[in-house]
Design a binder for this molecule. Sequence first.
Ligand SMILES: C[S@@+](CC[C@H](N)C(=O)[O-])C[C@H]1O[C@@H](n2cnc3c(N)ncnc32)[C@H](O)[C@@H]1O
Length: 249
Amino acid sequence: MTASLKKTVRMGTLYGVGVGPGDPELLTLKAQRILNEVGVIFSATSGKSTKSLALEIVKDLLSPDQKIIPLHFPMTRNKGLLKRAWNENSDTVLGHLKKNIDVAFITLGDPSTYSTFTYLHRFISKKEPNAQIEIIPGITSFQAAAARLKIPLSEGEESLVIISGAKGERELKNVIDTCDNIVILKAYRHYDSILRLLEKRELIEKGLGARNVGLKDESLTTDIKKWDGKNPSYFTLLLVKKQNSKKKL
Ligand SMILES: C[S@@+](CC[C@H](N)C(=O)[O-])C[C@H]1O[C@@H](n2cnc3c(N)ncnc32)[C@H](O)[C@@H]1O
């Protein structure tokens, strides 16, 4: 075939769609439209479970002729296993894009905030630099938590930092000492040591907590000392407000 006769192969678009933290009404109109238009929806699963909370949130919007494909991402720090999963999963998504199928990868909260979507995006862009990828932002867990707790995340010239609690006390120390408002995601992993650190810094009274925001077993507190912290669920976050009163507005 001569160069002039060569057809340009059209590829589908990958949408990274944020579906919010739990309440289906927190889905954006854009997310709804994209989810109605794509042929395939990919959702991440991890651990032994094949259940995806992101899928639960959007399931009533989907039609039977849309294909739902779970992608397994193991919850491990083993870099080899992780790389293999990202590699295989990006191949699966890319296979659909090469058949000119528009697809969505749904992700809890926002796709740019501690999301598996980031890895998928990176792997696909590396393998296929011309791939069409769009990101549809979603409402984050901490925005929804602040709304449910009726508190501002930050005001005036205050600083606001979002940090993962997964690395434990050491990583948190600097941030806690220098910032006005701190959001600690993935707080379940080192919950007790995070609380001990807040206690040591005399910040425990300034802490608030939110668990399973927007879900049926939602739990909120303005007094984390008295909150039932035993076996905190994965969907637990903490907020520390150093300057402001944490009283409801
Ligand atoms: C991998 S991060 C994902 C963050 C998500 N992309 C976002 O925009 O909020 C997972 C952490 O987010 C927080 N999280 C997500 N959904 C939540 C919910 N419904 N209620 C409370 N915390 C939640 C928890 O701290 C959890 O450990």
